[in-house]
Design a protein around this ligand. Structure first.
Ligand SMILES: NC(=O)c1ccc[n+]([C@@H]2O[C@H](COP(=O)([O-])OP(=O)(O)OC[C@H]3O[C@@H](n4cnc5c(N)ncnc54)[C@H](O)[C@@H]3O)[C@@H](O)[C@H]2O)c1
Ligand SMILES: O=P(O)(O)OC[C@H](O)CO
Length: 349
């Protein structure tokens, strides 16, 4: 039984993750905690430690106030402290913000098991999910199951660098307890980053996970130089498969969620500006694997689309549903089975 939400008079915040999006979020939160008396003015940011030209990334961040690897060129407020030890970063925190690539979340939660603050609550900004043969395991569920915390989700049309540049964007928080949704909205919203909230924790995050697979499809079309009509067709088919899959495997998903920033808007931005789109296009043009291109072109940043396509296919194939999700299946085959990209059209008609 997950404990009830309890908001304390001075919430202490930890950001778990410091990649491209994680660092943008830490900058926002670092500024917001200074605006409101109900947050402690220091934010701890857990950093997966690595050496940059012989120096520890945490030391660089704490001395230069810049994440030179994952968000170069943007200052981080001085009240955001980079911490290499996960338990040190989170021990006192009553508000935990999870923003790591989804493949690392399970391990991180296991390290935190039984060691979080008794009044801790969490929000997951992670886009991805795990699967078993019988179905899906949303990332919020992983956090809730292992840490026994109430968990919100945040997902939207949010290319990190554009938000770092303070260009107007929207996002969506999914909540179970409205009070918790409102708390995280206060902590994360700015005049250029507007937050809508919906009572649909899992619907919000599943849109964020599946749009990454559609974005791989869009990148394949870009690589084939098929033009905008074809790309629009792939997006349309992808949105239908996304909605059908979510409503099949998660009965609580609300129709309105698909029209929030986490739904259609995120599909659009990802299919035009995201990393998954870019690497998929490069795959078609160069013939190199996604894994190799991720290493060559992303400087440590991680793709979520190919892994999600694999997780997805595990469920679809196990349940005999590949024919109902032809686009998702074609994308999986291109990424993992060497299907020539141009064959995508044979697969989806
Ligand atoms: N970048 C964006 O524009 C964006 C926007 C919205 C949501 N997201 C989502 O946010 C999540 C985090 O993405 P990001 O962009 O902040 O990260 P990223 O892809 O930029 O960086 C990868 C991160 O993983 C860390 N890492 C590497 N190996 C690790 C390990 N073994 N254990 C733990 N951490 C390790 C790296 O230190 C780095 O912080 C993802 O689910 C992503 O889909 C990203
Ligand atoms: O760069 P991508 O493809 O990981 O997408 C980034 C964000 O999720 C867009 O909302």
């Amino acid at each position: 039984m997950v404990k009830e939400i309890e908001i304390v008079s001075e919430e202490r915040v930890a950001v778990i993750g410091s990649g491209n999006w994680g660092t943008v979020v830490a900058r926002i939160v670092g500024r917001n905690v200074k605006r409101y008396a109900d947050f402690h003015p220091e934010v701890k940011m857990w950093v997966f430690e690595e050496l940059i030209k012989g120096r520890k990334l945490t030391e660089i961040i704490n001395q230069q106030h810049e994440n030179v690897k994952y968000l170069p060129g943007f200052k981080i407020p001085e009240n955001v402290v980079a911490v290499p030890d996960l338990l040190d970063a989170t021990r006192d925190a009553t508000s935990l913000i999870f923003v790591v690539p989804h493949q690392f979340l399970h391990d991180i939660c296991n390290q935190l098991k039984g060691r979080t603050h008794p009044k801790a609550k969490a929000i997951s900004l992670v886009k991805g999910f795990n699967t078993t043969d019988s179905g899906i395991q949303p990332m919020s569920q992983v956090i809730e199951d292992i840490l026994q915390l109430p968990v919100c989700t945040l997902s939207g049309a949010n290319i990190a660098n554009e938000i770092a540049e303070e260009r107007f964007s929207e996002t969506t928080i999914g909540y179970k307890f409205r009070e918790e949704g409102e708390l995280f909205k206060k902590l994360l919203e700015t005049h250029y980053f507007r937050i809508g909230i919906v009572n649909d924790v899992v619907g919000v995050e599943l849109c964020g996970a599946l749009k990454n697979v559609i974005a791989v499809g869009a990148g394949i079309i870009d690589g084939l130089k098929m033009g905008d009509n074809t790309k629009a067709a792939i997006i349309r088919i992808g949105v239908l498969e996304m909605k059908s899959f979510i409503q099949r495997f998660y009965k609580g998903a609300k129709d309105e969620t698909f029209f929030q920033s986490c739904g259609l808007a995120d599909v659009i931005t990802s299919c035009y500006g995201g990393r998954n789109r870019r690497i998929a296009e490069a795959h078609v043009v160069t013939g190199k694997s996604f894994e190799q291109l991720e290493k060559e072109l992303l400087n440590g940043q991680k793709l979520q689309g190919p892994l999600t396509a694999k997780e997805l296919n595990r469920v679809l194939s196990h349940k005999g549903l590949e024919d109902e999700y032809k686009l998702f299946t074609a994308i999986y085959r291109i990424v993992y089975e060497g299907l020539p990209p141009r064959k995508i059209f044979d697969q989806i008609v």
